[in-house]
Design a binder for this molecule. Structure first.
Ligand code: FAD
Ligand code: S2G
Ligand code: ZN
Length: 474
């Protein structure tokens, strides 16, 4: 107990007593967003500078106390909350949140890890630029969490994941040293590209404290369309036409199953969801044009005419203005929230080659309905980049808690076996955390796992950085 008391005194000396939380309601830090897991921290520590982070890491390393870095705590794989032992320091980066520099000529922005994604989007827009990472959690997730999970979101089809948006990092290593690589260079072939080790490492290799990220010129016009499509095959066909007619202008392509949309209608009746019951799937797609709104509109009209002719679109609306566009996107972004309101659900964040998605869904839907009669399939997500949120809700009128307790393992096993059969990934964008650690060990090649363990042992030999997340190396 003495070690802990000495450490807490040290931590208070580093960040200030009011930034070391050991009592009161710590739910926001200790419970995961899905409300399915809860941990207990030795303390929540909230540094406000890279130097304070380095000193906190050093103090914890000296005391052999492990750390869990946390940004907005919107992660989906139980990677950002402490375990239940009450012996871990929860390191909240939320106070380390400044935008350090916008470099217009270099088209880069340097920002600290705790900056909320939406704040960064707004700062860049004010400067006349686009920071194109966009996801439904953008109001609370942070840049550090986005980098640590290599977040995807709704614009990956055009701009890639967070990884592609990051040019350089500042990191506090597991030993409490500061690696400051914030060059903002697009070319730098001087040895191993270390940033790519830390991006997607989920807090298990070091603490990301800042990053230099790409910005893009703001498009002249961003138009949104919402289309009813007769099948998933038709949605894939529409995606092909969108690539052909919009090319680099295609900046978003999301598919939504009718049941997923029915949950939005049920839980958010104030939203007007078009084409109720008209088709099994709808698509929301975005055209970002650098010429003008009229040019963007003409392009969309040509695309939708061709799609109607091909029969892959039954009906479509194109937003007349920004408010309508936002309302259409809000429908898509409300699906995870509507799911949460409907009750506990089983999430599968999977990726399959786009061409094979219809066959995967047809086969897996049939197997799930055969083996788990009455399950409700909430299928939606980033079809543009092959990432589906293939979620399963308990049968209507049943005890969701009991259903998950009794069936989640078997449902996961069935879905992931089908993902393997279709050469897909069991985690497209949310990462592994502790939730999928055993599944990773089962689905990833031993050669890959050994290489990952070697990296973990090299960078965090004491296994104090978010232990038990992604890999177990005891
Ligand atoms: P946290 O949840 O706080 O942490 C996530 C992981 O990163 C943990 O392992 C944590 O230890 C680590 N970490 C956090 N900060 C740091 C740091 N500074 N240094 C090192 N490690 C760190 N994800 C997507 O990819 N695409 C989506 O479309 C998407 N949609 C979502 C919609 C909703 C409604 C919700 C609730 C979540 C969604 N997510 C999505 C998941 C989540 O928002 C992302 O994983 C996001 O990147 C997490 O950011 P965060 O700041 O909340 O990180
Ligand atoms: C999204 C949210 C996670 C889920 O909204 O794109 O990443 O499955 C998802 O609820
Ligand atoms: Zn997603």
């Amino acid at each position: 107990m003495n070690t802990f008391n000495n450490l807490l005194a040290q931590l208070q000396g580093i960040v200030g007593a009011e930034q070391v939380l050991t009592e009161g309601d710590l739910t926001a830090y200790e419970q995961d967003w899905r409300k399915r897991e809860r941990g207990k921290a030795l303390a929540v520590v909230r540094p406000a500078s890279t130097d304070e982070v380095a000193q906190v890491v050093k103090a914890c390393a000296a005391a052999q106390v492990s750390l869990v870095p946390q940004g907005g705590n919107t992660g989906m794989v139980v990677g950002s909350i402490p375990d239940t032992t009450g012996t871990q320091v929860l390191l909240s980066l939320r106070r380390l949140n400044r935008v350090r520099a916008v470099d217009a000529a270099n088209l880069t922005v340097t920002v600290e890890a705790g900056c909320v994604l939406q704040t960064l989007q707004e700062v860049c827009e004010k400067e006349g630029f686009l920071f194109p990472l966009s996801l439904a959690a953008e109001g609370s997730c942070t840049i550090g969490g986005n980098l640590a999970t290599n977040a995807g979101g709704t614009q990956v089809v055009r701009y890639g994941n967070t990884r592609e948006l990051c040019l350089s990092l500042e990191v506090v290593t597991a030993q409490g040293e500061v690696w400051s690589g914030l060059t903002g260079l697009r070319k730098d072939n001087t040895g191993y590209d270390l940033r790519h080790l830390f991006i997607g490492s989920e807090g298990t290799l070091g603490v990301i404290t800042a990053a230099t990220l790409r910005m893009y010129p703001l498009p002249a016009s961003q138009l949104t369309a919402f289309a009813a499509v007769p099948s998933l095959e038709a949605a894939v066909q529409l995606l092909g036409l969108a690539h052909k007619y919009l090319n680099a202008g295609l900046t978003g392509f999301e598919v939504m199953g009718d049941f997923a949309l029915s949950l939005v209608r049920k839980h958010f009746p104030q939203q007007t969801v078009p084409f109720a019951g008209l088709s099994p799937y709808c698509v929301v797609l975005e055209n970002s044009d650098h010429e003008s709104e009229s040019h963007a509109r003409a392009q969309f009209e040509r695309l939708l005419e061709a799609a109607l002719e091909d029969g892959c679109v039954l009906d479509a609306v194109v937003a007349e203005n920004l408010a309508q566009a936002r309302a259409l996107w809000h429908i898509r972004e409300s699906i995870p929230l509507a799911q949460a309101q409907e009750g506990l659900n089983i999430k599968h964040d999977i990726s399959i080659a786009v061409s094979r998605i219809p066959a995967f869904v047809q086969e897996t839907d049939a197997l799930l309905e055969q083996h788990f009669p009455g399950v409700r399939l909430v299928n939606y997500g980033h079809l543009g980049d092959g990432n589906l949120h293939y979620n399963v809700q308990a049968p209507a009128g049943t005890d969701a808690q009991a259903f998950l307790r009794d069936q989640e393992g078997a449902i996961n096993a069935l879905v992931y076996a089908m993902v393997d059969r279709y050469n897909g990934s069991i985690s497209a964008e949310h990462g592994i955390g502790s939730l999928k650690r055993e599944k990773l060990a089962h689905h990833k090649s031993p050669v890959a796992l050994n290489a990952m363990r070697a990296i973990k042992r090299a960078l965090d030999p004491k296994n104090l950085m978010n232990p038990g997340r992604v890999l177990s190396i005891e």
